[in-house]
Design a protein around this ligand. Structure first.
Ligand code: FDA
Length: 420
């Protein structure tokens, strides 16, 4: 590769949430940063996030207990970064730029107007670098052809500037002593997602934790799903769980029926924990003792069972459910106690095994990624390759639905920028 070394202190691959925020923070520390992204627009996932309003963080985040809202082989890894850049820090940043935001349910914070406001904040923060003696240069759209590390002939005793990263790209070659990988996850390739970060991690000797789509709708075998396919579009609050006694995870959220399976916040949350071949369990009537209520109704009601069920379920679901068994297609006073108890049992413990997920085309995140065991939780730096950093979703840290993934992007970017 021909090199015409550029005057950069760091090269950041990826102009998404983490890459732009890291560039801005490093630039404002006086560093000269080059950001390279192959997609035509910056932070496209921010733009489409949160229904176009970006659920940019969550107030309900305890950095001392990251396992509550993050998964990965070592959820404790994100503790330090999350403690040093909190949800209050990102809201303060938006306040400084006059961007209005509001809280929705469960601590989720959204922009009032549009996710574009948040992207403008990130770009304005990059533009503030020269005032601090730094600079943020962006090459975009620009394809990365390859990266090489050239070690210095005499390594510095402190380990600093042990060499130079040479990035060959469509816009030419650039070199810097630090390389930050912020290329995100694998979901939604049509807006720029790629496996470059994972390939570079391997190239530089890092191990990967197997990747799979997360926060993704679950799908079911066509024939088995036929009785429920007519319910597409119907939503209701449920309790959903997966895993065995040791690994059980449960969420109480809304479930949405789709033509091919299940979605909605409940299913997206559980999908990050679901393992192929294992069942999920759904309580369609959380907090209700349906068996007791139906047995009591027997004495006074001649309504069809389906009609009784509409006390707790949307009508279409009540009718589809009662149609599943001939013993349930009759007035409640004519049903046997056994049939009513079985009906209640199935409603509160609907067990079903997904055949798969909607995949990376529909997933909000990628579970797995660069193994955290070889990264510093303080700085996001590689422990084995000098000057190499990984931030954001490319790392094996996955947040719950609700703003946690962006909070990880901001926090890991900040931790890295402070160390560059
Ligand atoms: P991000 O994906 O933001 O950026 C990676 C960048 O790297 C992209 O600009 C990409 O083009 C670039 N890149 C990739 N390959 C490259 C290559 N080969 N060469 C050069 N550049 C390359 N999270 C949340 O907290 N709240 C929310 O509301 C939502 N909503 C949401 C909706 C949808 C539809 C999706 C798909 C995702 C979300 N998320 C979310 C998740 C969130 O968007 C995600 O976790 C963060 O954007 C991750 O930030 P990163 O900077 O790590 O990656």
């Amino acid at each position: 590769m021909s090199t015409s070394p550029s005057p950069f202190d760091a090269i950041i691959l990826g102009a998404g949430a983490a890459g732009l925020f890291c560039a801005a923070q490093a630039g404002q520390r006086g560093l000269r940063v080059l950001v390279i992204d192959h997609y035509e627009r910056v932070a496209e996932k921010v733009r489409i996030s949160g229904g176009g309003r970006a659920n940019f963080t969550n107030r309900d985040l305890d950095p001392a207990a990251p396992h509550k809202h993050f998964l990965g082989n070592n959820p404790q890894f994100c503790r330090s970064a999350l403690a040093r850049f909190t949800p209050a820090d990102i809201t303060a940043l938006l306040d400084r730029h006059g961007v209005a935001w509001h809280e929705k349910h469960k601590g989720q914070l959204f922009c009032d107007r549009s996710a574009g406001d948040l992207i403008n904040v990130l770009l304005a923060e990059c533009e503030a670098a020269p005032a601090a003696g730094g600079a943020v240069t962006r090459w975009q759209p620009c394809r990365v052809r390859g990266v090489q590390f050239q070690a210095k002939e005499t390594a510095s005793p402190t380990g600093d500037c042990a060499g130079s990263y040479l990035v060959d790209s469509d816009q030419g070659a650039a070199a810097a002593p630090a390389l930050v990988i912020a290329t995100g996850g694998l979901s939604i390739p049509k807006i720029g997602a790629s496996d470059l970060g994972l390939r570079l991690a391997k190239q530089f000797g890092h191990t990967l934790v197997d990747t799979r789509p997360g926060l993704v709708p679950l799908t079911f075998d066509g024939a088995a799903w036929a009785p429920y396919a007519q319910l597409a579009g119907l939503a209701l609050p449920v309790e959903i769980s997966t895993g065995d006694k040791k690994t059980r995870m449960a969420f109480t959220e809304d479930l949405l029926f789709t033509h091919r399976g299940l979605s909605g916040p409940a299913v997206l949350q559980i999908s990050s924990y679901w393992r192929p071949g294992t069942p999920i369990r759904i309580n369609l009537v959380p907090g209700v003792d349906v068996a007791a209520a139906l047995l009591a109704a027997k004495a006074r009601s001649r309504k069809l069972i389906a009609n009784e069920l509409t006390q707790w379920l949307p009508t279409r679901l009540a009718e589809a459910w009662a149609a599943l068994d001939s013993a349930w297609q009759r007035p409640v006073n004519e049903a046997s106690d056994k049939a009513l108890t079985q009906l209640a049992e199935r409603l509160s413990r609907w067990e079903l095994t997904p055949t798969g997920t909607e995949g990376y085309a529909k997933a909000e995140v990628t579970v797995g990624g660069v193994d955290t065991r070889r990264l510093s939780s303080q700085t996001m730096a590689s422990r084995t390759q000098p000057g190499l950093y990984f931030i954001g979703e490319v790392v094996d840290v996955t947040g719950w639905l609700g703003g946690y993934n962006f909070q990880w992007a901001w926090a890991s970017a900040r931790a890295c920028a402070e160390a560059l």
